[in-house]
Design a protein around this ligand. Structure first.
Ligand code: C2E
Ligand code: CA
Ligand code: CA
Length: 786
């Protein structure tokens, strides 16, 4: 608590060291109280000495209040209050001086008070009471006001009795001493009002003012008001004045209260203290009244005294009884409170459960939708992003669900750590996360997403295994009329596009994507129809032996003649079929066509039939349970020698799932050959060549393209042939378009090639023509064909 506070005057530690001004104020106060006390038994020759320190005490109090007003971290109302108290203290200094001038106005000391002095005193009390009354209240129910009225009534009654007994009853005596009845009346009035104030503050609270400071201050006001009435007892000591006690106490106590507020923590009073069950004030008043009753009855003695004592005793017993009831009520309330609190805890737990994801503890879809709805209602720009881990299924399948769950937790933590408290990250389920990002520009959001994608991709050590996961994000900005569903849909479309682009990135939604998605959906629908309508057919592209160009095999390539769009490239519809799942059906149709065709060639041409018939197998197809078994059945049914059939699979397909890798092994076991397609475009893991039964390596066209110039590709093409030779793997160069490329490839050791330079994909009938003239180069034969 002793830390420095900004805006605090002085700026040094003020907690434990009493300040010089506090010490000075205390000394002045003690001096005057002592002066007054001694004055009761000793006649002061130089009464002025008692007066001198008092204005300084008031000035010190004013200074203390002023310091509070400069504490910038306090609430405005609090500072205003202390400003008014400071003003009252400054006026007190003036009033004391004025009072002192009155006391010596005709040479001899007197207790006479001028109207001027009285007016200033009244003004001071007025300011203090006004400041106290202006403090905000927070209890305003009717019952509260009723209790307030009761308390106030009790206190006023007691106060009036005292005032009457000790002051007003003797107004003649007092008037003869001071020359006016006004002071007595005024003091009585002020005492009553301050009592009221006192009750109000005790009852209604102090707003943001430090409660302890306010209690001290209230005590000061009360003490000062009460001691003001001692005038009556010192009427025979004109060299003394009630001011010695009343003003001194008022100043000193105000200074203490102000210092207390200065040290109070910023939010010390801002939390409303629980409403007190019982204020002690009415009890104090009743006790005071009882004491007064006894005091008045004692001189009468006898019956009056007996009855008075009985009445007081009864009052006391009734009070004790009431306190006992209050205590019981309090206990009951506390039990109810505790039960309620527990109920609220349960409720909170329940609310948490229905709105949060159990695995990651972050908000779930319901809460996310709720927040997006609220954000939409609140207006203002914001973005929604959808994030999806790339190849999460692979991790789950290969490493188990335990690892998958642990990974999801890591990812959710990494996302959460990089967001602002105003953002929301939620888990929709599976490996999908969503973000609600308010208050950012598009650029800021883009930067944040880059940061998030990067953060997720940092290596994770899970169950002793170091892994790198990638995440794709789609993001969209909310606009008028959006719903949470629509926002998520757009983010999803964008995320999908990010995946299409290779994953590990974030992509903004573009209305074009919707159009593409629509077209995609339509084409997907058409593709399902295409099989029924017989719009698909298979072409075969020769694979030739170098350098002479003799036919060594063929690669089956599917074609789609769309009734509206004409020929649609497999580069377009195969990925589409993979996305919508129709690749399974389509793949089987192709495989059947190819195997039947190859079997026919085998029957017709015997040893002259194409030695290798390659067919492309998509990743999804390869992962289909029982894939190899079905192929084996097909081979058996058609009678094709399995060795002639080559399954072309890509590296990513094989690495994708455990099932795919198993399928490759099974295909090898049933006697088929496996070609690794598009080598060089994926991860190009050479270890795959060693670990999996690969017979053919198809070197991607992008490498072949660079083979005739000095390029990194050329170096790789050179290097690869060494490796494949070493592993007894056949290398096939794809996409050979020029004689120069063919020559160069042959020169570095390639024995097989495929490409437009030799032949384009052709219908099976054309392949048959080639088979009939086997000794000649494919290209030469084709020339004859044309
Ligand atoms: P891919 O497996 O790499 O097939 C080779 C592609 O290169 C074929 O394109 C072929 O026509 C083309 N090509 C051959 N020589 C040259 C050349 O000298 N220059 C150029 N520029 N291109 C050449 P296509 O037929 O359009 O097939 C594209 C891709 O579609 C294939 O790439 C393959 O991944 C996929 N695909 C084609 N047919 C099937 C199929 O029946 N099943 C599956 N699953 N995928 C297929
Ligand atoms: Ca291929
Ligand atoms: Ca290829």
């Amino acid at each position: 608590m002793a830390e420095l506070r900004p805006g605090h005057p002085g700026g040094t530690t003020w907690r434990n060291r009493p300040e010089a001004t506090t010490v000075a104020g205390l000394i002045l106060c003690l001096f005057d109280l002592g002066w007054f006390a001694i004055g009761l038994v000793h006649r002061w020759e130089h009464p002025i000495v008692g007066w001198i320190p008092m204005p300084f005490g008031a000035a010190l109090a004013a200074y203390a209040c002023r310091r509070v007003t400069r504490r910038g971290d306090l609430a405005r109302g609090t500072r205003r209050f202390w400003g008014q108290m400071g003003l009252a203290c400054a006026a007190l200094a003036v009033a004391i001086v004025s009072n002192m001038i009155d006391a010596f106005h005709d040479g001899e000391p007197t207790q006479w008070i001028s109207t001027r002095t009285l007016a200033v005193y009244m003004a001071i009390l007025g300011v203090a009471i006004w400041a106290l009354l202006r403090l905000p209240t927070w209890q305003r129910t009717r019952r509260d006001w009723f209790r307030f009225a009761l308390d106030a009534g009790i206190l006023l009654l007691a106060n009036s009795a005292f005032m009457w007994h000790y002051s007003l009853r003797k107004i003649d005596l007092w008037t003869s001493q001071t020359g006016s009845a006004l002071p007595t009346v005024a003091i009585t009035l002020v005492a009553s009002i301050s009592m009221l104030t006192f009750v109000k503050v005790a009852f209604a609270g102090a707003g943001e003012i430090d409660r302890r400071a306010l209690h001290i201050l209230s005590a000061g006001v009360a003490a000062s008001a009460v001691t003001g009435t001692v005038s009556v007892f010192i009427a025979d000591r004109p060299y003394l004045s009630s001011t010695f006690v009343a003003a001194t106490l008022a100043a000193a106590i105000t200074q203490i209260a102000a210092n207390r507020q200065l040290r109070a923590p910023q939010d010390g009073g801002s939390v409303p203290a629980p409403a007190r069950q019982a204020s002690v004030l009415p009890y104090l008043a009743a006790a005071g009244m009882s004491a007064l009753l006894i005091a008045v009855a004692v001189p009468g003695g006898g019956e009056v005294l007996t009855i008075a004592v009985c009445a007081v005793a009864m009052t006391l017993l009734v009070m004790v009884r009431q306190l006992a009831v209050l205590r019981d009520n309090g206990r009951l309330l506390r039990t109810v409170d505790a039960n309620l609190r527990q109920l609220r805890d349960y409720q909170a737990q329940l609310a948490h459960q229905v709105s949060h994801d159990t695995l990651t503890e972050i908000p779930n879809r319901a809460l996310f939708n709720e927040r997006v709805t609220a954000q939409l209602a609140a207006g203002g720009p914001f973005q929604v992003a959808l994030l999806d881990l790339d190849d999460f299924k692979v991790i789950n399948d290969r490493l188990g669900h335990g690892t998958g769950d642990a990974l999801l937790k890591v990812v959710s933590r990494r996302l959460h750590q990089r967001l602002e408290p105003t953002d929301t990250v939620a888990r929709l389920g599976g490996d999908e996360f969503t973000l609600l990002l308010p208050g950012r520009t598009a650029d800021q959001t883009a930067a944040l997403l880059r940061d998030l994608v990067g953060a997720v991709q940092e290596p994770v050590l899970l169950h002793g295994q170091d892994m790198v996961v990638r995440i794709s994000a789609g993001v969209t900005t909310a606009k008028d009329g959006d719903t949470p569903e629509e926002l998520l849909r757009r983010a999803d479309v964008a995320m999908y596009s990010a995946k299409q682009g290779g994953g590990g990135r974030s992509t903004w939604f573009d209305p074009m994507m919707d159009k593409l998605a629509d077209a995609d959906a339509k084409l997907g629908h058409d593709l399902r129809q295409a099989l029924i309508r017989d719009e698909l057919f298979v072409l075969y592209q020769p694979i030739v032996e170098l350098p002479h160009g003799r036919l060594a095999g063929v690669e089956a390539l599917v074609r789609w003649r769309h009734r509206e769009h004409g020929l649609v490239s497999p580069a377009v519809f195969i990925p589409l079929a993979e996305r919508n799942g129709s690749i399974i059906e389509l793949g089987w149709w192709i495989l059947e066509q190819v195997v039947r065709q190859a079997a026919e060639w085998e029957r017709e041409y015997g040893p002259l039939a194409p030695e290798k018939v390659s067919v492309n197998i998509s990743a999804r197809q390869l992962g289909e349970p029982g894939f190899a078994g079905r192929v084996a059945a097909l081979l058996k049914e058609t009678g094709l020698t399995p060795y002639r059939l080559v399954a072309e699979v890509t590296e990513t397909a094989v690495l994708g799932t455990g099932e795919a890798l198993d399928a490759v092994h099974e295909l090898h076991q049933i006697g088929m050959r496996v070609a690794l397609d598009d080598f060089g475009t994926g991860q190009s893991s050479l270890s795959l060549l060693v670990d999996t039964p690969v017979h053919v390596l198809k070197v991607d066209k992008s490498f072949v393209d660079g083979v005739t110039v000095s390029s990194p590709q050329a170096v790789i093409v050179d290097g690869l042939i060494g490796i494949t030779d070493g592993l007894a793997i056949e290398a096939v160069a794809e996409g050979v378009e020029t004689a120069e490329q063919a020559e160069r490839l042959h020169a570095v050791g390639y024995r097989f090639a495929q490409g437009f330079h030799f032949a384009r994909p052709m219908p099976p009938e054309d392949v048959a023509l080639l088979l009939e003239k086997p000794a000649v180069s494919v290209a030469g034969n084709l020339d004859n064909l044309n």
